[in-house]
Design a protein around this ligand. Sequence first.
Ligand code: ZN
Ligand code: ZN
Ligand code: FE
Length: 759
Amino acid sequence: MLTAVNVAIRGRVQGVGFRPFVYQLACQLQLSGTVQNNMDGVKIFLEGEEDLIQMFLTEVKEKAPRLAKIKEILVESTAVQHVQKFSIIPSERSGTSQLVIPIDSAVCEDCLEEMNDPNDFRYQYPFINCTQCGPRYTIIDELPYDRPYTSMKSFPMCDDCQQEYEDPTNRRHHAQPIACPTCGPKVQLLDGAGTIINSANPIQETINLLKAGKIVAIKGIGGYHLCCDAMNEAAVTALRKKKNRPVRPLAVMAASLTATSSFAIVSDKEAELLTSPEAPIVILKKHHNEQLAASVAPNMSTIGVMLPYAPLHHLLLTDSELSVLVMTSANPSGLPLVYQDNDAMNYLVGIADFYLSHNREILHPVDDSVVQVNAGKLDFLRRSRGYVPDPFPTNQDVTGIVAFGGQQKTTFTIGRNKQIFIGPHIGDLENIETINHYHKELTHLLRWIDTPKTSAVIDAHPGYQAQNLLTDYDFAEVIKVQHHHAHMAGCIAEHQIDGKTFGIILDGTGYGLDGHIWGFEILYGDAADFKRIAHLHYTPLPGSEKSIREPWRNAAAMLISYHGDEGADMASLVFPDKAQEIQVLTSMIEKRINTVYAGTCGRLFDAVSAICGVTKVANYDGQAAIELAELTDETQIYEPYSFDLLDNELITIDFSTMLKEIVSDVLARVSVTMISSRFHETVVQAIMSAMGMGLNKNSNLEKTVVLSGGSLHNRYLRKRLTEELKEKGFVVFAPESIPCNDGGLSYGQLAVAAAKRRK
Ligand code: ZN
Ligand code: ZN
Ligand code: FE
């Protein structure tokens, strides 16, 4: 029987080839009607035999383009109109209101097959792409996303490409970066001085150079990487030395899942992430006897791995003697990603032996994203390439809210209609280059998104760069948000939690409302407001930044402040070469010279790491805590050390006795694994006791809790806290689509401003 239905499809269905897909599916099933984009997604009118319409509804989900993410399909029957054919019709309410900025995605299977087919005219072509894969965000100059507004504008299509581009049945129909060896971009090999090396096959030449232990700067999708053979210890050591990066783990790119399995354990979920269109770096557990060069990830049981995502990467990883490459972003330490050819030649002098470059310009740099699977859930360490700036939907109009993020690992977030756009990972706002980079990307995304500038949201810290950044934009109001409330609100918004909730926020540092540094917080409230239930006892951070870079100082200060002269003696015993400096620290603390007070999870981990002799001086942010966590036994639960809870107006968690016990364990040469495991469990139990005390003190609190803050990347903490809280009847949430570290702060800040607006 002839019937008709209206179908509304929501999710990521725009800018991913969804309308041509619907067109083809409808034609195959001999259905007539229309398809169009509208404000909410895709709207379809279908007319035909009932069973064929049913088939359409099943297949539209099952066979959807790989970049599509269908969240909802709504179907309602409607009057038959006796339409003769199926057609794609213009969007409803056109313009930027249904804004889609497409994201970069890894090369698809169909393109790979063609690239490996000697009879295909794109055989071994390193820039092959289609509507379902290839660069997007990184090559767009202006919206709408159309070839003349991308860096492909300088490559006029040849007849073959043009034909595919115009054919609605072709999988390259309107694929804006479409290209082939005749008309598209080309690779080029240059020596360290930037002189072009004439070569019939620059890619094969590069493979040979990498096999010979050379360091090659390779231009990819979002910027340049520095690459070398990950099995070649001398090459990796040289790369570290030249890049001035002594210990921080390096990421690798492995030829395939099979190649990955030879050095790391890959679960199904991890394999899915590795092979996803987003192709992030996934943190995996190494095998005990893996064969990678020791200096790829020293002191680490884990390794960051990605699979080839650009066709060029696939072509580089075809040699059986070169199956794993070190692939680290090519920026001098602390500076933004290098993505322009001139900068690469300037900044990488003396680092790169060669350059494998190409003439498709990168307009917007993006770092590789980094994820791990933590307690069975996705945990973003860095959300960038492949994910940004794909918007998050919200139920509320957030137009005009712009959140500036934090100071470290920063991002910005922009609201428009019911869409929230988180910008790319920017980095630490500690030098003028990164600050300029922030400015450039924010200005650009603001122009694309074209939202009125109503509310600027910044961290309450008076010293953060955001204060200066926002003066360049004209906002009607400025909202200051407490750091840990932003972490909490982000998780509330992500999971759309109604009502009030606890927030357990374990973090590095954040400015507290009392002027001290917070970061070990039990909060209660919602996205609009909160109250503080419990926190870690404050201890001094003499010389603040210096105590963060040199965790032994922070450890000594904790011991001295908790235990006075006895503490100073303990410090001298565990840091015997620092006797003089410990005296200086003691007087700095007594006289409160250049000393701030902090109660943060990050600093507590730093201190214990230093006392155990794991990391006394840190080379990179978070090193002490990460290396301590590496030594934890995650397979069993250990007996906790002692801790105290002081119940004043606020509950204060006091670890003075624990630190004393740890010092005596260290002096008695108890294994670091034992100490670290007991320490981790102590933190869990102290939090659980504080939660219990908080519930007793206050009546009618909701038994919901969100976990966030950078320390929640710690696998033991996330897993054990979740277990314990669930056992006590709590419903537990943690960030899964945004980072729990400060990369997610701007999203949380926006959530606070939105909630205040709603109230
Ligand atoms: Zn493709
Ligand atoms: Zn062509
Ligand atoms: Fe934070």
